[in-house]
Design a protein around this ligand. Sequence first.
Ligand SMILES: Cc1cc2nc3c(=O)[nH]c(=O)nc-3n(C[C@H](O)[C@H](O)[C@H](O)COP(=O)(O)O)c2cc1C
Length: 536
Amino acid sequence: MTLSVIDYHERTKHHPHRYARSLGYLDWANQPDPFRRYHEAPELPLPRPLDPNRTPLNAIYRGVPGPARAVTDESISALLFYSLALSAWKALGTDRWALRCNPSSGNLHPTEAYLIGAPRGLGTDRPSLFHYAPQAHALERLHGWDDGFSADWVRTLSSSLLVALTSIPWRESWKYGERAFRYCQLDLGHAVASLAFAAALEGWAVQLISTVSDDTIATLTGVASQSGPEAEQPDCLLAVTPPVEGSAAALRCVEPVRWPAAANHRYLPNQLSGAHHPWPIIDQVVNAAAKPTTEPFPAEPLPPAFSVPASLTTRSAGDLLRTRRSAVAMDRETGLTASQLYRILALTLPAADNRLWQVFPWSPRVHLLLYLHRIDGLPPGLYFFARRQGALELAQQQFRDRPKFEKPDGCPGELPLYCLEQGDCQELAGAVSCGQDIAADGAFAVSMLAEFESPLARFGPWFYRYLHWEAGAIGQVLYIEAEAAGVRGTGIGCYFDDAIHRILGLSDRTFHCLYNFTVGGPIADQRIQTLPAYPS
Ligand SMILES: Cc1cc2nc3c(=O)[nH]c(=O)nc-3n(C[C@H](O)[C@H](O)[C@H](O)COP(=O)(O)O)c2cc1C
């Protein structure tokens, strides 16, 4: 019998008495190399940005004033330096591990990035394919197209860029077994949002080209020739362009009528592990969620702009993007004000003046169940935040055990936040997050509830991945905004799926939880040393 994405999702739920299948121990001898390299590919070191970027935080949502920067080795370097580059090395005793600007479940980093373009300063004027090597902050040149690109496209690619992202599920399944595919997708969403934020610093807009098939992405990046347990799976193609009025116009600039021929390069990827444990269900869900060529998403009206309370941070956007970290423990003390919470929530909304959400050309399907613990001005309790018009009514029909939806006192009218029940829910938030105290001890925790079965039926099983990308991108906003508010966030992929559904009395798959998150005052682990990301 063929496995559907829904079968996969059901089978990989964690339950308090039964976790999703994994090895149950860490096979250290075969720990995957977190850095993919292509043997013998020419390496082009990127010039490290000399001056810290001083762009204020709001610009990553609203756009920086002035013309977009030209696409050159320097601006590409900055794009990657503030999104997917290493941000620090950590050391404990003899152990050393790298952290990156983008977070990753278990710090395993399944996401790989490829660039397609003809940027100045990289020694070629042909449209070329590059792989990003974060450890060296360098590009590996894999292929140059002599033909197959129309003259229009060559011109377009001199002022724009395509970024393709892929995932290596083995990096995640090595530790997390069958649930790994979910984590790859959440990480991908974080990476997309990281790129969009960093692109905004250069004055560029990022948009996901949703019509393209996985096969096209695989041939364009050359990963179609990979096979075996370490093979990369094609995920998404992003257009990085100077801002163009209207999203369809931006895509017309970069989406050719016919994609060029495959990048049949001769470079071999490094081997990541000596031996592998097979996880056949991952191969099956990769097939079940594969994306064919599709029509564009139907245009849906955006919610009106909400006047977002200003951030009080004096730190620049670039600083926040490079120093973002996950909290490993929360202090059970630090809170946020209601106004700080409203800002964070408002920035998760795809309003017209919020560039981040122009990345995803579909109307949002992921909403927030909030566990408010320490918010000055709002009583502790369970709250619902609807990110799409119409989702409130759906929630009112479905949340059988939480039928009251009350607008909190003082909450701005246009912010779709509703109190479901007042009361202490610290224990509950921790319990449903696989018993992790970080969810109980922060200022607030979140369960991201996706409209599940209906969009999968409407768009296709591949939309299962897109839902996770949306959730991951929300997580990235929470991470950056937590830093700006002087606290810290942590993504929580380990949660008890159905226990969360039971809080609300959900009895079917109209809504399903895809991701948890926590925000609060961090406690640092003093034993761990922080070292620079790159030698100076
Ligand atoms: C999708 C996802 C799931 C995560 N799940 C957990 C979790 O369940 N518990 C936890 O303590 N940290 C979790 N994390 C945090 C990661 O462990 C962290 O991002 C990683 O160690 C890298 O550290 P950094 O975020 O400071 O760069 C998760 C992160 C992501 C992106």
